[in-house]
Design a protein around this ligand. Structure first.
Ligand code: PRP
Ligand code: MN
Ligand code: MG
Length: 181
């Protein structure tokens, strides 16, 4: 396998910054959901790293379920067309749901998902996202737990891919333009 360092221009958020932020968010989540049973809904595939690390930071009992939706395909632009590739196994009736995402880019995926999950009779549906690109927003998403606002550049790593690559990077880094142009 080839080395990936040359495909990156700069590290934007380091592994240790990510873990410190997730610990901070976890303390807020524990306080806000005290005495309630939380269902974390991870959005495959980008959210796998956030889900794994956030869930292990959270002390109380919780459930985890997954949805696979995709709006990007192999390109760098959101198509806005959200497709369910795998639905939840869990009945959301009366549940306190926290959607776990890696990034809010245009916001189209999450705004669609929020509406979809809220229509299933959950007691509450909130969002935890590690990253957000304010300058890329096409729709505003009400995100309760946010890690970092980042510039509108193509980032990869810590679950985020370009054409299914780079998800295994420990940091979040900017992808060099020569890779996708
Ligand atoms: C990426 C990312 C978010 C979404 C954000 O997922 O993981 O889920 O795009 O973009 P948006 O705010 O413009 O909708 P993607 O569709 O690439 O699927 P993946 O998680 O499998 O990589
Ligand atoms: Mn995703
Ligand atoms: Mg993707």
């Amino acid at each position: 396998a080839s080395d990936i360092e040359g495909d990156l221009t700069e590290v934007l958020v380091t592994e240790s910054e990510i873990h410190a932020k997730l610990a901070e968010l976890a303390r807020r989540i524990e306080a806000d959901y005290e005495g309630r049973d939380l269902l974390l809904v991870g959005v495959l595939k980008g959210a796998v790293m956030v889900m794994a690390d956030l869930a292990r930071e959270l002390r109380p009992h919780l459930n985890m379920d997954w949805m696979a939706v995709s709006s990007y395909g192999a390109g760098t632009q959101s198509s806005g067309v959200v497709k369910i590739l795998k639905d939840l196994d869990t009945d959301l009736t009366g549940r306190d749901v926290l959607i776990v995402e890696d990034i809010i880019d245009s916001g189209l995926t999450l705004s669609w998902l929020l509406e979809n999950l809220r229509s299933r009779g959950a007691a509450s549906v909130e969002v935890c996202a590690l990253l957000r690109k304010p300058d890329a927003a096409k729709v505003e998403v009400d995100v309760r737990y946010l890690g970092f606002d980042i510039p509108n550049q193509f980032v990869v790593g810590y679950g985020l891919d370009y054409a299914e690559r780079y998800r295994n990077l420990r940091d979040v880094a900017i992808l060099a333009p020569h890779v996708y142009s």
